[in-house]
Design a binder for this molecule. Structure first.
Ligand code: ZN
Length: 510
């Protein structure tokens, strides 16, 4: 049935993705053309909450929140930052805003495509320091954000244990670096924070248990202040909105539109203004979703876009937390304990074809798979196993990925072990929820657990096991272990561990 609807839709729109297919396409649906942007809200590590928001911005600048069925959100992500045609019905959402209930979304092939630039090379980025009108505190000196970003190693005497360019240089193999400026009173000079025209409750009228932040209003008001201060936002491809106090449940990252152009964006509360959490929100800003959600939300310790495993937590500041009754909270700066997973690096275009082995037909391959965290030279970094009868690219792709992890190198030191990670990549994966999931913002990639069944999914706890001997803490396949899936006709045998790689035998029989 679903295939049938898909086939019909692809006649109407080349490459169309059908959203909410089970409801069919209403005759009364209106057609909207614009640019799709996506943002994610993430709670602090260890806390609950979160939200994923889709927005359509029309050529005249009008922006509509999009209501997309959870089952179809991962498909829509493929059009993030792109011009799309939406078929849907207008309605007023819970916040009283005009929104669109999406029935179908497809890339707009008629107009000029204005996607965000590819995630390569040096990107100029602005840290815009914004304090709420009713709150004069300044959690960090402006220089802090330059130190946090620009050098590859933290300046001597700094409380920052790792920098963003150190992280990105390692995880992108020098294909992405940030050139940061700090914006405040007087423009790019290192002076005071800019003052937003309204207090916190205007932008985020809730506490930490809800996702209520109006990040578009912060972007609009913040950039208006920046322009008045003499800053030209068009000089940057990413804007980091640095707030002097809490937002809602969350800090946010994704894409947004300013003057018709797509920008990478982050909106960080003081607790998120540090390298590990910026690595996560900037990942969203580059278009990456989460990974994991095998047993519970954010459960993969192998990905900074999931649990993350920060190391070297260092007290680097404090602030009076609006969401905690004004209590002084310590701000911790840390180093990311892992990088981005290979399928996400592939999505960002960071793994050259020469460093990949793709099984596009039944075959057996012996591969020496070099650890993800080692420098990129000539070795294989990713094995992609296409599956019989399924797409191996695009908005309906479904394949398996194989990568090696050794946690000895920088920015991978927080990982729980060494081994081969087999992951299931599905572009149109439905939402993952249930009793142990506090949100359903999973993404395209779920690790396949080498030791399934070692989590108590009834009581949502480790069942008395010690980390990392449960859930995805021990998902890796070690030398001597084999992943075998008769239904898919796929096996991955880990033959041997070497100094910087694993020898694997990958078989596809169907
Ligand atoms: Zn996130």
């Amino acid at each position: 049935m679903q295939r049938c609807i898909r086939a019909l839709a692809s006649l109407a729109f080349a490459g169309a993705a059908v959203l909410g297919a089970s409801t069919g396409v209403a005759q009364s649906a209106e057609r909207f053309q614009g640019i799709l942007t996506v943002v994610w809200g993430d709670p602090p590590p260890g806390m609950a909450g979160g939200e994923e928001r889709f927005t359509l911005t029309l050529p005249n600048g009008t922006a509509y929140p999009l209501a997309i069925a959870p089952a179809s959100q991962n498909t829509a992500l493929h059009f993030n930052g792109k011009r799309v045609v939406v078929s849907g019905e207008a309605f007023r959402n819970g916040a009283g805003a005009e929104a669109i209930h999406v029935l179908r979304i497809a890339p707009d092939v008629s107009g000029t495509v204005a996607p965000s630039p590819p995630a390569t090379a040096a990107k100029p980025t602005l840290f815009l320091l914004l304090r709420y009108k009713d709150d004069s505190q300044e959690p960090h000196d402006p220089q802090f954000y330059l130190d946090l970003t620009n050098p590859k190693t933290p300046p001597k005497g700094s409380l920052i244990p790792a920098t963003l360019n150190g992280f990105f240089s390692k995880t992108s193999w020098n294909q992405l670096q940030w050139q940061a400026d700090v914006g405040g009173v007087g423009g790019l000079k290192h002076t005071d924070w800019l003052t937003l025209p309204f207090g916190k409750t205007h932008y985020a009228n809730c506490g930490s248990s809800q996702a209520c932040a109006d990040i578009n209003a912060i972007a609009a008001d913040g950039l208006a202040l920046a322009v008045t201060a003499g800053i030209n936002p068009a000089n940057y491809s990413a804007i980091n909105f640095v707030l002097n106090n809490d937002l809602d449940c969350c800090s946010w990252g994704g894409s947004f539109i300013y003057n018709g152009t797509v920008f990478h964006g982050t909106w960080e509360a003081p607790w998120g203004q540090e390298t590990a959490l910026y690595a996560h929100e900037l990942g969203h800003a580059l278009g990456l979703p989460h990974s994991g959600w095998a047993y519970y939300s954010y459960d993969s310790p192998w990905d900074v876009m999931s649990m993350g495993t920060p190391v070297k937590p260092t007290k680097c500041g404090s602030y009076s937390s609006a969401n905690n009754g004004g209590k002084m909270e310590t701000i911790y700066c840390s180093a990311p304990g892992d990088g981005y997973i290979a399928p996400h690096k592939d999505y960002l275009g960071w793994i050259p074809a020469a460093n990949q082995v793709v099984l596009s037909a039944p075959a057996t391959k012996n591969v020496t798979l070099e650890a993800n965290s080692w420098p990129l030279t000539t070795a294989v970094k990713l094995v992609k196993i296409c599956l019989a009868g399924q797409d191996c690219s695009g908005a309906h792709a479904h394949y398996l990925t194989v990568e090696a992890r050794l946690h000895k190198k920088s920015y991978e030191k927080g990982e729980p072990g060494d081994g081969v990670l087999v992951q299931d990549f599905q572009s149109d994966r439905g939402a993952i929820g249930g009793g142990c999931f506090f949100n359903n913002q999973s993404g395209w990639v779920v690790p396949i657990d080498a030791t399934p069944g070692d989590y108590d999914s009834k009581n949502c706890n480790s069942g008395g096991r010690k980390w990392p001997d449960y859930a995805l803490g021990n998902a890796e396949f070690a030398a001597g272990q084999t992943y075998n899936n008769g239904t898919l006709g796929v096996s991955v045998q880990v033959v041997k561990q070497n100094a910087s790689s694993f020898d694997v035998t990958v078989k596809r029989t169907k």
